[in-house]
Design a protein around this ligand. Structure first.
Ligand code: ADP
Ligand code: MG
Length: 297
């Protein structure tokens, strides 16, 4: 009888847009009491558009965009794609880039026409050995309070500018969170993005808590910490940087459109990229449990 239950649940799951990769983890989903969502690409669409460009050091806006886009051509990050797209729309000629290297969880650096350029979040300040200015700080605060993601540009020992990008919160995220909270499941968010931007998204979605400015290798530690407090944790993510956290969680859930690494690490995959399907996982695992127990009796 049990294999039949498995077959039925698997087929219902598929109809609900779920791909179960690890049955044991799926079966435990009914006991989840906290769901941690990644921000970019999970609660949001992860499609960044450039909304503002400001410069401080005398560079022209198009110059700044051109150099940054040239560097970001080498990067896989969705932020990078948004910047490159903007430069293409403006039909800017991208200069040659040398010595590109990515700075995980922070950004990237490279050399253009002899100039060393750093792009990314405020984590690059230390690497570029620049300090923030009042001007930059004021602009950054303003953009971040609007929920925008910031890319700082540092070169020649100072901050040359900021590129602000906006992402789109998935329509489904709000409802998913409301329904989870109704079931007394706490809902949290984890992101590498800055504090103020994360707060904006957390407020919009009514999240119970959030962790911001978390470096890629530290996401799984946050999950471990929750587990050490006796919580049963589901983690939902899409990125390469989410994979260790997905592996650590009691139930690791990947957004179907996510990276291969995330999908291959997850216990359950959301085929429709719809965070509401997390509730179906919990519901189906409860049904599965009742059926299994019935069949055993
Ligand atoms: P997230 O947790 O937001 O999905 P990551 O851990 O990959 O993302 O990156 C964390 C942060 O590092 C991003 O929010 C961004 O501020 C910065 N970052 C990473 N890669 C880049 C890049 N190629 N260009 C600019 N900023 C970047
Ligand atoms: Mg992500």
């Amino acid at each position: 009888a049990i294999p039949l239950v498995i077959a039925v649940i698997t087929s219902i799951s598929a109809k609900n847009g779920l791909l179960i990769r690890n049955r044991t983890s799926f079966e435990g989903a009914r006991n989840i009491d906290v769901v941690v969502f990644d921000k970019t690409g999970t609660l949001t669409k992860g499609e960044f558009g450039v909304s503002d460009i400001v410069t401080f050091g005398g560079w022209k806006e198009d110059e700044l965009l051109r150099d940054v886009a040239a560097i970001e051509t080498n990067s896989e990050h969705t932020i990078a794609k948004g910047i490159v797209k903007k430069a293409k729309e403006k039909k800017l000629d991208l200069p040659k880039v040398e010595n590109f290297s990515s700075l995980p969880g922070k950004g990237a650096k490279a050399r253009i026409q002899g100039k060393q350029i750093f792009v990314g979040n405020k984590g690059i300040f230390e690497i570029a050995e620049v300090s923030s200015t009042d001007d930059a700080q004021k602009q950054a605060n303003e953009f971040a309070s609007q929920g925008k993601t910031l890319v700082f540009v540092a070169s020649e020992n100072k901050i040359q500018g900021i590129i602000a990008l906006s992402d789109i919160i998935r329509d489904e995220s709000k409802e998913a969170i409301k329904r989870l909270k109704k079931q007394d499941i706490s809902v949290s968010m984890i992101t590498g993005d800055n504090q103020a931007t994360a707060k904006f998204v957390a407020d919009q979605l009514g999240l119970d808590s959030f962790f911001a400015e978390v470096l890629p290798d530290k996401k799984s530690e946050k999950i471990k910490k929750l587990q050490s407090e006796g919580r049963k944790v589901a983690m939902v993510g899409d990125g390469v940087n989410d994979a260790p956290a997905l592996a650590q969680a009691d139930v690791g859930i990947a957004i179907g459109a996510g990276t291969d690494v995330a999908v291959e690490t997850a216990d359950v995959v959301l085929i429709e990229n719809d965070p509401r399907n997390v509730l179906d996982i919990i519901r189906l695992s409860a049904i599965n449990h009742r059926k299994t127990v019935q069949n055993l009796a």
